[in-house]
Design a binder for this molecule. Structure first.
Ligand code: GDP
Ligand code: IMO
Ligand code: MG
Length: 423
């Protein structure tokens, strides 16, 4: 048995939560392997909308075990709030949710540091969600972080205090106020007490035992490939490995155990936060996409930047992840356009045309070169099979399949679980 991986191929918010929820009945385990509360994964069914930040999107299916893996950075305060919010859905989280003892804990000063670093960057700021992601991964790599298993040890408070003292030094260097800290710590320690009652485990054994028992596992990516720490538009990236390889280190799974890689992308592009975005639209078309797609961040509520689909970027993401199947999301958002543009190449300031994401590209003002396709320009409401799609939408799909050389096996036409068309 192998582990399938689902990940976003753009700058996040592709609709990962929705698709994991749709696919979940085919699996016994859904596992998060990186990121943390910077993620906001939306699920809609039975007329209710849920936004999950740290809990895997299989949580609403009672037969599924949801794992928060070692690669995740976890905020106990956010986790407690999320679990409290699920109370009305009668989810047996003690049975259906397990957390790796090797996951890293976000402590209150990580969030203050995030804000201090961002402020110090001025107009070069990353546009971080300010959830403490960068500083926590920094401590993990710097070998001074606290891990989930530490909360059970007698010297947890000592370890905590030593780390906070280090952070306070840095914060004072940045002249960053720490008035909010006392209240944040109060919430943090209350959440830690609650955390101790959860199912904390060595999840790498659970995952590998599951292979031996022929159980199917789906790894749920957060963020997107273009926010990856190595391959994204550095430094405007998140601090984790958002790609397929991250699922191996973030769960303790051998690369030879990776099965299907589902790459999910919007029929256009969005980005929140700063950084290069070659196809970004600053005109009415971009505004119309934002309105039609309700493109406002699930975690921060910030308006998302919008633009046409970027094929060089998509090809790059497919390449580094070894994508075997593509899922196209939010096709319905393009219903309003008579014509649809797709960026096939970039033109460099020198006039050279390229279709690769080189090291230098993020430093340059590249101009997208577009191919224009005919839009379907009609509602997709009520369509329940691929055959019933308007001809122009089918042409859009076949054009992309030809360019990307990977089949598009799912097209999403609305936020609800039911608005999902399999090809
Ligand atoms: P994630 O972070 O990748 O899980 O994506 P988000 O939940 O942050 O953002 C995706 C947004 O698009 C959410 O509001 C979803 O409810 C919504 N959504 C997902 N699929 C579709 C779709 O096919 N059409 C429309 N109109 N909205 C969708
Ligand atoms: P999901 O899983 C979209 C962006 C932030 C910022 C950069 C760094 O919902 O797709 P960080 O908080 O990680 O320090 O922010 O990454 N970012 C996301 N953008 N969706 C996300 O998650 C994101 N998580 C982080 O906006 O530009
Ligand atoms: Mg999101």
């Amino acid at each position: 048995m192998k582990m399938d991986v689902l990940l976003g191929l753009q700058w996040g918010d592709e609709g990962k939560g929705k698709v994991v929820d749709v696919l979940a009945p085919q699996y016994e385990i859904v596992a998060r392997f990186q990121g943390g509360p910077n993620a906001g994964h939306t699920l809609e069914f039975d007329g209710i909308k849920h936004v999950l930040h740290q809990i895997p999107s299989g949580i609403f299916r009672s037969q599924i075990l949801n794992i928060i893996g070692n690669g995740v950075v976890l905020d106990p305060i956010v986790l407690k709030k999320e679990i409290d919010g699920l109370a009305k859905f009668k989810i047996d989280y003690k049975k259906n949710l397990v957390i790796s003892k090797k996951a890293t804990i976000i402590i209150p000063t990580h969030k203050l540091l995030d804000a201090a670093y961002e402020q110090s960057k001025g107009d070069k700021k990353i546009g971080s969600t300010l959830k403490g992601i960068g500083p926590t991964y920094q401590d993990k790599i710097g070998r001074s972080a606290l891990r989930v298993g530490d909360i059970l040890s007698a010297d947890f408070n000592e370890k905590y205090t030593a780390l906070v003292e280090k952070h306070k030094n840095t914060l004072s260097h940045f002249n960053h106020p720490i008035d909010a800290l006392a209240e944040m710590e109060e919430q943090f320690f209350a959440a830690i007490e609650f955390f101790k009652t959860l199912n904390l485990i060595d999840s790498e054994y659970v995952v590998n035992d599951a292979f031996a028992e022929n159980k199917k596992i789906l790894a749920e990516g957060a963020q997107g490939s273009l926010l990856d720490i190595d391959f994204g538009s550095y430094p405007y990236v998140t601090s984790s490995s958002t790609m397929t390889a991250g699922a191996c280190t973030g769960l303790g799974v051998s690369p030879s155990k990776i099965g299907e890689v589902f790459g999910i992308f919007k029929a256009y592009c969005t980005r929140v936060g700063s950084g290069p975005f070659p196809t970004e639209l600053f005109d009415q078309t971009g505004e119309a996409m934002r309105k039609e797609g309700n493109e406002f961040g699930s975690t921060t509520g910030r308006p998302r930047r919008c633009g046409w689909l970027d094929l060089p970027a998509l090809k790059y993401s497919i390449m580094i992840n070894g994508v075997t199947q593509l899922f196209m999301m939010k096709a319905d958002v393009l219903n309003i356009f008579e014509e649809i543009q797709v960026c096939t190449h970039y033109e460099l300031p020198s006039g050279e045309k390229i279709d690769r994401l080189s090291f230098e590209i993020s430093e340059q003002d590249v101009k997208p070169i577009y191919k224009t396709l005919k839009g379907w320009n009609c509602s997709l409401e009520g369509i329940d099979s691929y055959e019933k799609f308007p001809a122009e939408l089918k042409e859009y799909v076949s054009y992309l399949e030809k360019e990307l050389n990977v089949p598009i096996n799912l097209v999403s036409v609305g936020p609800d679980r039911s608005q999902t068309i399999l090809k």
